[in-house]
Design a binder for this molecule. Structure first.
Ligand SMILES: Cc1cc2nc3c(=O)[nH]c(=O)nc-3n(C[C@H](O)[C@H](O)[C@H](O)COP(=O)(O)OP(=O)(O)OC[C@H]3O[C@@H](n4cnc5c(N)ncnc54)[C@H](O)[C@@H]3O)c2cc1C
Length: 520
């Protein structure tokens, strides 16, 4: 049964996770003010899926069950699915800054691919097990935290070489009933207010790391599990006009000999397949991150234009402000276009049938936003002026001694009331210059993997060999088809060549019944 935001909040009461926030034990996650902005943001992914006008993007039919499910829990089987997912995530992140639940989509897609691959290679039955788990999860409309990034210890060493091997989650026991896992996942989005965790490996593993090649589903209140989290957003801060309503908590999740029954285990020592799991997750996730940050970019575009207007300018008339706004629009729509291209040039994974976004465009889009988030913030600051960080606090708004005078002297455009000008200024401070503003920078830079990981994937997947061959042919150098040279080894048919491309159909998105998208 699909839940709404209220059902989701209430459903959290059925679990008793061990959660700490800022040194305080949280007795009831659903009632904790420190976590409310996170629960609100995640709740939007439930409410939007119930809105008929958003159904084409927020709901999808799961091919393996024939049931309609929340897009955030769906596995893509066409380019149209990928495009609709982008739109859904963008709409959710416009509304909330970061909708958090989309990580489930990315992990489920990667697991469908990898379990099918392990079964084909090793004769296991992980695929059946995962499909049963997926359908049950979709039917219950739950939320899962993706516990992938281990604490990792010394970054220059592999998991088994760590002085403290518990800095990576690993298997310490296997028996007839299941496995026991021990270790720490360092960064898990939404950790205090999810129903379950999906433990996944965060890197490729060698044979010596086999115990660290583990993927399994664990309820948030499993014995031995502790969540140590930060507050979500800026709860209770009056000046935080956006992030006291919507925000994201992240948590360190400690697994202290947590038992997992076999029906919830999807990788247990098959180290050769861990790299495919991380690669396919990263590709789906970076594609999704593009839409998430485009939604955030939409907030900056809207707030930047409002701030220009409140200051007395029409950016359409004032050239240097228009130039900044056009740069902001170009950045946001530029990386979003990479997401669209990655959807159109998607390929069908064999044997799972899952459609994967193109890795080059997905990684380029994510790399662009990781670097350009700082330009996005700079532009918001440029068009706004210094007021965004110097304005007296909200308590002054009602001070009988100062409020009237401030309202008079701090007004700019006579057509924009003082309170509307300071609202726009506080909004921009909140999302670009406060703790939360810094948070948006860092999630853009490192969320989904640090930039070095994207550069590696772009180089690994880009058909440089085709381009070298092209030039060699034009130069008549007679060195065609020499695949022994590293520089020509990476050749791919289908992109900008005479074979042409065959994107998985259908490419067209399901049309929205109304052109009007998300209304608050
Ligand atoms: C807000 C936020 C939310 C997140 N949510 C989740 C989540 O829900 N689930 C999840 O699993 N993860 C999550 N992440 C984690 C994210 O995937 C990681 O931050 C990212 O993969 C980088 O890992 P790290 O933070 O450990 O940085 P590090 O790995 O320590 O990287 C720091 C720097 O060192 C470099 N470096 C690291 N190792 C090496 C090496 N071996 N060789 C050369 N250079 C190296 C990196 O390239 C980088 O420049 C989230 C991150 C953020 C910021």
């Amino acid at each position: 049964m699909p839940m709404n935001a209220i059902d989701y909040r209430e459903s959290l009461r059925r679990y008793k996770p061990r959660v700490w926030v800022d040194g305080q034990s949280i007795a009831s996650v659903a009632d904790a003010p420190q976590l409310a902005p996170g629960i609100n943001a995640l709740g939007v992914s439930y409410d939007f899926a119930l809105r008929d006008e958003l159904a084409p993007i927020m709901r999808a039919v799961q091919k393996s069950s024939g049931k309609t499910v929340n897009r955030m829990l769906h596995i893509d089987t066409s380019s149209a699915d990928l495009l609709n997912k982008l739109e859904a995530v963008r709409v959710l992140c416009q509304e909330t800054g970061c909708a958090q639940r989309y990580l489930a989509h990315d992990a489920f897609s990667a697991l469908a691919q990898t379990t099918a691959r392990i079964d084909a290679d090793m004769g296991t039955r992980y695929g059946e097990r995962f499909t049963a788990y997926l359908h049950d999860f979709q039917d219950k409309d739950l939320t899962v935290g993706i516990a992938m990034t281990d604490a990792k210890g010394d970054r220059s060493k592999r998991p088994h070489e760590q002085a403290n091997v518990d800095s990576y989650v690993h298997i310490v026991e296997k028996n007839g009933k299941g496995i026991v896992v021990l270790g720490t996942k360092a960064i898990v989005t939404a950790a205090p207010y999810v129903h379950e965790f999906l433990v996944m490996p965060c890197r490729n593993m060698s044979e010596a790391d086999a115990d660290f090649a583990v993927c399994c589903a664990v309820p948030c209140d499993a014995d031995g599990l502790t969540i140590v989290a930060r507050p979500a957003g800026r709860p209770g801060e009056k000046a935080a006009l956006f992030s006291n309503k919507y925000g994201q908590s992240t948590g360190v999740v400690v697994f202290d000999k947590v038992f997992v029954p076999w029906e919830r285990v999807f990788l247990a020592g098959e180290w050769q397949h861990s790299s495919h799991l991380t690669y396919s997750y990263a590709t789906h996730h970076r594609h999704t991150c593009i839409a998430a940050r485009a939604g955030f970019g939409d907030l900056l575009i809207g707030a930047g234009a409002l701030m220009c207007e409140a200051n007395g300018f029409d950016p359409g008339q004032e050239t240097h402000l228009r130039e900044q706004m056009v740069q902001l629009i170009s950045i946001v729509e530029g990386f979003y276009a990479c997401g669209v291209a990655a959807s159109v040039y998607a390929t069908e994974d064999v044997p799972s049938g899952v459609v994967m976004p193109d890795p080059v465009y997905s990684n380029i889009g994510k790399l662009l936003l990781a670097n350009q988030i700082y330009d996005m913030h700079r532009i918001a600051h440029y068009v706004s002026g210094g007021l965004i960080v110097t304005l007296p606090g909200p308590d002054e708004d009602h001070n009988p001694e100062t409020a009237a005078n401030l309202a008079d002297v701090l007004r700019a455009n006579p057509a924009v009331p003082y309170d509307k000008r300071i609202e726009a200024a506080r909004f921009i401070e909140d999302v670009t210059a406060s703790y939360q503003g810094g948070w948006y920078s860092v999630i853009s830079l490192h969320g989904g993997g640090s930039p070095a990981a994207m550069k590696q994937e772009i180089w690994r997947n880009y058909p440089v060999g085709n381009k070298v061959e092209l030039v060699e042919r034009l130069l008549d150098r007679g060195l065609l088809s020499d695949t022994t040279r590293p520089i020509t080894a990476n050749r791919q048919p289908g992109r900008c060549c005479d074979i042409g491309c065959t994107p998985p159909s259908p490419t067209t998105m399901v049309a929205m019944p109304t052109t009007e998208k998300a209304k608050p």
